[in-house]
Design a protein around this ligand. Structure first.
Ligand code: FAD
Length: 523
């Protein structure tokens, strides 16, 4: 994917307007664009920053039905998500894998209660089901999670769910869109809507790299800007009432010694009624999350001290070794684009996780809410509506069976970078120059060939794109990622034809960002 070529195609769509123009390159926008292109509609997508810069790179990385929604009786949502979990495992085996989750039991009633709930979870998955859940004795529970605190432990329940690499799935969807003949361009922001009479007929765009503005026409515009959706709605109608109530969720990343073994922990009920996960991921453990209402959307939300304290406190409660701030390799926050069902609802934990579609009188289609797991279903729904608005031929959705870019017979394994069928091509780069095959840092599983690959084929434009999203270095070890920023900047500058001043700026900007992801040890 060459950005200059794609940008030229975006701006010059010939005489015809685009059938569908999607604004926002996270899970929602990429899902909708792939859906539209797979149906044969002429499709373009613009992302103001990088693909998945927003919420879509900051999730718990689970492809799940959502055990907690079952607790709240939302069976339809769980059913749909479990079906999508099965489809993702089938259509992107290089990016998604199944994983056992253990619910530790400390009270007598927990084994029958969670055991029955998880049997229902198995049942709802139907023929898309993974391994059946079952009860564990105390010894079996400790075998699965050797570092679980044994005091008061009675046993556990184990069930199967799936996990993935969120930002790499986003990059894969952008590549899938290109395979289908669509166009996705990062660093192109929608700054206004074009109208014919009352109807939205295109978007005014700004190339963030050059500052150049241009107008692009489309038969329908999809607003998939996540937590920023109200901003685009106000460009359409300044009187639009707010649709979203963002809520922040924080994760800590710890070394694997805190939770060795192959299973995740699910604590179904913390003090404040939250679900807490501790999930092995890329040889680290991701602990999360929190639920803190926030007033303003932001692309770089920062964890609050009390959120960090809450997670450290709860991790210490369940794990034999108490983690402290110095053990946190990375700490990241994401904002849930929750839709306000009931404005009076004070706690965001009770707001809808389901998606919402709004078609405004101008024809602007807004998709908001939902979750990564159901991105394909949300896209299908969105394009059904968008096709009606644009008066496009009705065409059935092919995406339930659509294999994503890089699909490979073999499941993700090893450090499962997720290149799938592209793996031999990445390895060929490593063979081209011996130094491209060396690890960039002893604490990180990444090599220069992946940086070069990301620039040449995955539209990486900045050091942050490479270290935060094409690789996950920022999340796996923020300090180590800052140390390799100069090497990454040099590799990128050579590929992109940039000068030393660009390299220096990139390193400075990246280091300033990475500093927000590590914690200073308590004095
Ligand atoms: C803490 C947390 C944990 C989660 N865990 C899970 C999980 O484990 N599993 C799961 O299935 N789901 C999970 N989710 C939910 C899931 O991550 C989100 O629902 C999903 O990523 C939202 O995607 P989006 O595309 O709607 O928004 P975003 O990813 O935020 O994408 C919107 C994009 O629009 C761009 N944009 C904004 N304005 C403009 C403009 N004017 N022009 C161009 N582009 C623009 C932004 O830069 C951004 O990239 C979690 C969410 C959070 C916050």
């Amino acid at each position: 994917m060459n950005r200059a070529d794609l940008l030229a195609r975006l701006l010059d769509s010939g005489e015809q307007p685009w059938d569908v123009l999607v604004v926002g390159g996270g899970a929602s926008g990429l899902g909708a664009a792939v859906e539209a292109a797979a149906r044969g509609y002429r499709t373009a997508l613009v992302e103001g920053h990088d693909f998945a810069k927003g919420t879509s790179s900051r999730s718990t990385k689970l492809v799940h039905g959502g055990v907690r929604y079952l607790q709240r009786g939302n069976v339809a949502l769980v059913l749909e998500a479990l079906r999508e979990r099965g489809r993702l495992l089938r259509n992107a085996p290089h990016l998604v894998r199944d994983l056992p989750f253990v619910v530790p039991n400390y009270d007598w009633w927990e084994a029958p209660y969670y055991g029955a709930g998880l049997k229902l979870y198995d049942l709802l998955a139907g023929r898309m089901g993974l391994k059946a859940s079952h009860l564990l004795s105390r010894e079996e529970t400790l075998e699965q999670i050797p570092t679980l605190k044994p005091d008061g432990l009675r046993g556990g329940v184990v069930y199967q769910d799936a996990q993935f690499n969120d930002a790499r799935l986003a990059a894969t969807l952008a590549l899938t869109l290109a395979d289908l003949g669509g166009v996705a361009v990062n660093y192109v922001e929608a700054v206004g809507l074009l109208k014919e009479g009352e109807l939205v007929r295109g978007v005014r765009l700004r190339d963030a790299e050059t500052g150049t503005e241009a107008e692009v026409r489309a038969r329908v515009v999809v607003n998939a800007t996540g937590i920023f959706a109200d901003g685009l709605r106000r460009m359409d109608d300044p009187a639009s009432p707010p649709l979203l109530a963002p809520s922040q969720g924080v994760h800590l990343v710890l070394g694997r010694r805190f939770q060795p073994g192959g299973s995740a922990i699910l604590v179904p009920h913390t003090d404040d009624g939250r679900v807490l996960f501790a999930v092995p991921w890329h040889d680290r453990v991701v602990v999360g999350t929190t639920d803190t209402p926030v007033a303003e959307p932001s692309l770089e939300p920062r964890p609050l001290p009390e959120e960090i304290e809450f997670l450290l406190h709860h991790a210490a409660r369940y794990l034999t070794e108490d983690p402290g701030p110095a053990d946190v390799l990375s700490c990241f926050a994401g904002l849930r684009p929750l839709v306000r069902g009931n404005r009076a609802a004070a706690k965001t934990a009770t707001l809808s996780r389901d998606h919402t579609l709004l078609v405004s009188p101008s024809g602007l289609v807004t998709l908001a809410g939902g979750k990564w797991t159901t991105y394909r279903r949300m896209g299908e729904d969105t394009i059904d509506h968008a096709a009606m608005v644009a008066d496009l031929d009705e065409r059935p959705s092919p995406t339930a069976e659509l294999r994503l870019h890089g699909w490979a017979e073999e499941e993700a394994r090893g450090d499962w970078a997720g290149y799938g069928a592209d793996t031999p091509a990445v390895e060929a780069l490593a063979a081209e120059r011996p130094e491209w095959a060396e690890l960039l840092h002893p604490s990180l599983p990444y090599r220069p060939c992946e940086v070069v690959w990301a620039v040449r084929h995955e539209m990486a434009r900045t050091v942050e794109d490479v270290l935060a999203r094409r690789t996950r270095a920022l999340l796996l070890d923020a300090r180590a990622s800052a140390e390799i920023a100069p090497a990454v900047a040099a590799l990128m500058a050579a590929e992109l034809g940039r000068d030393e001043a660009w390299e220096r700026r990139q390193v400075e900007e990246y280091r300033a960002l990475a500093r927000g992801y590590w914690l200073e040890p308590k004095r």
